[in-house]
Design a protein around this ligand. Structure first.
Ligand SMILES: [Zn+2]
Length: 374
């Protein structure tokens, strides 16, 4: 589904460019009589031109064509025909010089409304303004070996622009989080993903193995938002990860379309204490954040700003609950309320694009969006 939608969008962007552009140069390529295949010459007429691009678009739109050279259509040479091949061929026809990434910046710009995209060396630089705040996302491809597909790179870029500004608007003043972030796709290093400062690493093979696990990057971006905090000021050092996982759930790309099928909030049977529970944070936020008091901002502030040492943590919960309906409760009482709720037990799993038991009963993501609009 994702792929088809993407291809449709890419193909329509290409078509509109083709129709609107009179600058489409015909680039003659002289055929070597013995050559079996010329890159881009789908109709085997010895020229690489708009007719070949038109053929490629028809294939991407699902129309069967037997009268063309399939290997010539695979512009990026990765063994499959995707929108990236059309973008590559189009870039060639428009005279855009091939750069070290082999990618056409228009492919990203078409998916990122209002974001300026340009390629500098191994970087795809994306700059834009969201709700009055300027952001820069640098997609660094110096160690990219094309295990992550161009389409996945576009989706990761969409993820940044959809998720990071929302988290930034909510928390950055407390943590002095950066507005410029680098996401490096690296075929080396830690085999999943990690964050350090404003640098996020994603192993190049991760999305090849788990093609929909984009929201591991939402988790890493939440670490960038945290901007460092210290275990000795926490009841449990796992809170660092719990906050990132809570954010992963709340800010998941496209309302959890890629997240909720493969990554779920554990129920209370699996996360039996407040120190191990991500769902407890989501429950606190859903039920007790309102227009006046943001309980997760309280949580981030207490955790991140080294306000209370671990041995006095009981007092931290008082600060976290301050200003909410939980203000006169102890943490043990609050945990008991959570444990008695069906919120602690409903399944958060859903196949892509449909609600889970938990979301059907508690529209968690809608509530966060409505608070953002107030
Ligand atoms: Zn983490």
């Amino acid at each position: 589904m994702k792929c088809k939608t993407f291809l449709r969008r890419a193909a329509s962007a290409l078509l509109s460019c083709l129709l609107g552009c009179s600058c489409m140069a015909v680039q003659p390529v002289f055929a070597d009589e013995t050559a079996l295949s010329i890159r881009g010459d789908l109709n085997r007429d010895g020229l690489v031109n708009a007719a070949d691009l038109s053929l490629l678009e028809q294939i991407l739109l699902g129309r069967e064509r037997n009268d063309m050279d399939a290997s010539a259509a695979d512009w990026d040479g990765n063994g499959s025909l995707t929108a990236a091949d059309a973008w590559g061929l189009q870039g060639f026809l428009l005279g855009i010089p091939e750069n070290s990434t082999g990618l056409n910046p228009k492919m990203f710009a078409a998916a990122l409304d209002g974001i300026d995209v340009r390629i500098e060396g191994d970087d795809i630089l994306q700059t834009g303004t969201v709700n009055g705040q300027d952001y820069t996302m640098t997609l660094n491809l110096s160690k990219w070996e094309k295990n992550t597909t161009p389409e996945q790179l576009v989706t990761l870029s969409r993820l940044f622009w959809q998720c990071y500004p929302r988290m930034y608007a909510r928390y950055a003043d407390l943590s002095e989080a950066p507005s410029a972030v680098t996401l490096a796709i690296e075929n080396e290093g830690y085999e999943v993903a990690g964050a350090s400062g404003n640098f996020v690493h994603l192993h190049d093979t991760w999305l090849k193995r788990y093609p929909n696990d984009f929201d591991c990057i939402t988790h890493e971006l939440a670490h960038v938002i945290q901007n460092g905090w210290y275990g000795e000021y926490l009841e449990d050092s796992g809170f660092i990860e719990r906050f990132a996982d809570c954010s992963r759930y709340e800010y998941a790309l496209d309302s959890g379309r890629y997240n909720d099928g493969g990554w779920t909030l554990q129920t209370i049977a699996d996360e039996s204490t407040r120190s191990t529970s991500v769902r407890f944070l989501v429950w606190l936020d859903y039920n007790y954040t309102d227009a006046d008091t943001d309980i997760l901002r309280n949580y981030l502030d207490v955790c991140r700003n080294s306000k209370i040492s671990s041995d006095q943590w009981e007092r931290a919960w008082n600060e976290i609950f301050a200003g909410t309906k939980l203000a006169d409760r102890t943490i043990d009482e609050v945990w008991a309320m959570f444990a008695a709720s069906d919120f602690a037990n409903l399944s958060s799993h859903s196949s892509s694009g449909s609600g889970s038991e938990l979301l059907n009963r508690y529209p968690i993501r809608e509530k966060i969006l409505s608070l953002e609009q107030q």
